[in-house]
Design a protein around this ligand. Structure first.
Ligand code: GLY
Length: 344
């Protein structure tokens, strides 16, 4: 999602762009699609500032993507409910038991805070729409191309499974696989998820508790997530994790027990040691980074695409991106990744 979004933004800014797509199952496909800087407690940090900025871009960005692709992406400005006192802020509305039962009938919680500015989108539809938009705009997407490494010391070329490929500038947006040919600390943080088929309109807002989150889709599916596991790229779902997630969701919303689980899946969040992305110039000439978005890639895609493209096209640094330089991980001339594990 990050790579395709940047490609579209650069193309619209007048650049000639092509995309090399290795074809791994990206985090975009696996995510729940929450647009949730409040619920994710990003706070007043640089990451929070980028997150709130991106959340504000989402409504227009969603319209633009739907127009470019001709596809619906089910963007919902549906709000997110947090049980209890979690993350109270000026943006939140306190829902007492009476309000809560009228808004989320049957929820097994006494009260909590609802954040009306948060929302969600169907990330798989976004992924389809981005690919379709690239087609419509004539941006070539070369599928099944693996990058092996730099083709020369200036990185004017890369060696790939399709031979040597040249460009004036490369943007690395390989998600969890970003550290494969470059010494930058990005690691896969596995997440397992499941979906339940309920009725259309039965749940109208996202529920985000400490143990799980529950995200409605417009077709009645309800997405439940997610584990956080340091498991490398180990594929597959495991029974205890999926059962625990399912039970947590039913504890919150007991009527979910009456509906079938229709899908389970997993994905890999691209996570850095401080759980913030690397966006901007990279450690080689002619290289930019847009990776390490951890739990917030869907949220941050519009801001990443817009700000990085502006920076590339104008040559002027974007202040909101300054904290996300890869250089913050450099110690003693080395790019350090140790210590990422155990940060969850
Ligand atoms: N964005 C939620 C997650 O990564 O689980």
């Amino acid at each position: 999602m990050i790579g395709l979004s940047i490609a579209i933004e650069l193309h619209q800014g007048g650049a000639e762009v092509f995309v090399l797509d290795r074809g791994d199952s990206p985090a975009t496909w696996a995510a729940a699609g929450m647009l949730a800087p409040q619920a994710e407690n990003l706070g007043d940090s640089p990451l929070g500032q980028l997150g709130f900025y991106s959340r504000d871009l989402w409504p227009d960005w969603a319209k633009k993507l739907e127009k470019l692709s001709g596809l619906n992406i089910d963007y919902q400005a549906c709000g997110i409910f947090l049980p209890g006192n979690q993350g109270r802020s000026a943006e939140g509305q306190w829902w007492n038991a009476q309000v809560l039962q009228s808004q989320i009938p049957g929820i097994n919680v006494q009260a909590g805070v609802w954040f009306p500015q948060e929302g969600c989108v169907d990330n798989r539809l976004v992924f389809q729409a981005l690919k379709r938009a690239c087609e419509h705009l004539g941006i070539p997407v070369h599928r099944g191309v693996t990058i092996f490494g730099p083709g020369d010391p200036q990185l004017q070329t890369v060696n790939t499974s399709s031979g040597v490929i040249a460009a004036d500038l490369f943007v690395l947006a390989q998600g969890s696989w970003s550290g494969e040919w470059l010494d930058i600390p990005v690691y896969p943080l596995k997440g397992q998820m499941l979906a339940i088929q309920a009725e259309i309109g039965q749940l109208k807002t996202v529920i985000f508790s400490e143990s799980t989150y529950i995200v409605p889709r417009l077709d009645g599916r309800i997405v439940v997530g997610a584990t956080q596991e340091w498991a490398g790229f180990a594929p597959g779902n495991s029974e205890p994790e999926i059962s625990t997630l399912h039970r947590s969701a039913i504890d919150l919303l007991p009527w979910l027990a009456g509906y079938p689980v229709i899908e389970t899946w997993w994905g890999f969040r691209p996570t850095t040691p401080d759980q913030s992305p690397m966006i901007g110039e990279g450690p080689w000439p002619h290289l930019c980074l847009a990776t390490g978005h951890h739990r917030n890639g869907i949220l941050l895609a519009p801001a990443t695409a817009y700000l990085l493209s502006q920076q590339i096209l104008t040559g002027k640094p974007e202040a909101l991106l300054a904290p996300f330089s890869w250089k913050r991980f450099v110690k003693d001339g080395l790019c350090q990744g140790e210590g990422a594990k155990g940060l969850q």
